[in-house]
Ligand binder design. Sequence first.
Ligand code: HEM
Length: 202
Amino acid sequence: MAESAESSESTSTVSAGILTNIFLQIVQSPLNIALVGVILFLVYNIFKSRNKDVQVRPAEPELPKLKKKDFTVEELKKYDGTQADGRVLVAVNGGVYDVTRGKRFYGPGGPYAAFGGKDASRGLATFNVTAAGEGYDDLSDLTTMEMDSVKEWESQFKEKYDFVGRLLKPGEQPTNYSDEEDEQPSVTAEQPSVTAEKKKDD
Ligand code: HEM
């Protein structure tokens, strides 16, 4: 016991000695003092810029879910992220999606801001960010390959974003969506009965 207490005492004396030595070496050389000053300045700046970052970009609260409705090309235009709530909608292959979550892509200043409030189908199919025209685009001149690409993008949007309604052709009447949060009634209507049958068999 006495031996171990002695050895720990001598270890702490040695480390204190090393620290004093380092300290003395630093303060005795003006170059070292300058270097320590530079290091402290850099560390201070890193912390300052980190704190600033947090203040400049507070977490954006999620917008309430948009009530399902169909949009004309004109109605869609205002959802380009420049409104007060910053909501962004994008249409792909006749479906309209709430892409506010991807605002850094489609919102003002984003790389794909030209798609915000627009039908992005043609642009996505032709790899042209500025391809959306002013009016309704029936996409009828796109090749089969381009249409396949549109459909691929469509399934990506379906997976990542909320479907909010359809893009209306000129003169087309909007669907009257019920208040129920039922995204795909035709698919879900059949599924429960199939599962019930299976359970009965088991
Ligand atoms: C030099 C060319 C391009 C580069 C380097 C590039 C890079 C990227 C990267 C890195 C992402 C993923 C970002 C992330 O998930 O964090 C992305 C997403 C995307 N890109 Fe590009 N891109 C290019 C061209 C294009 C073109 C030509 C189009 C269409 C016209 C396009 C449409 C998109 C879209 C729609 C997304 C998905 C955004 C989302 O998740 O909603 N990109 N791009």
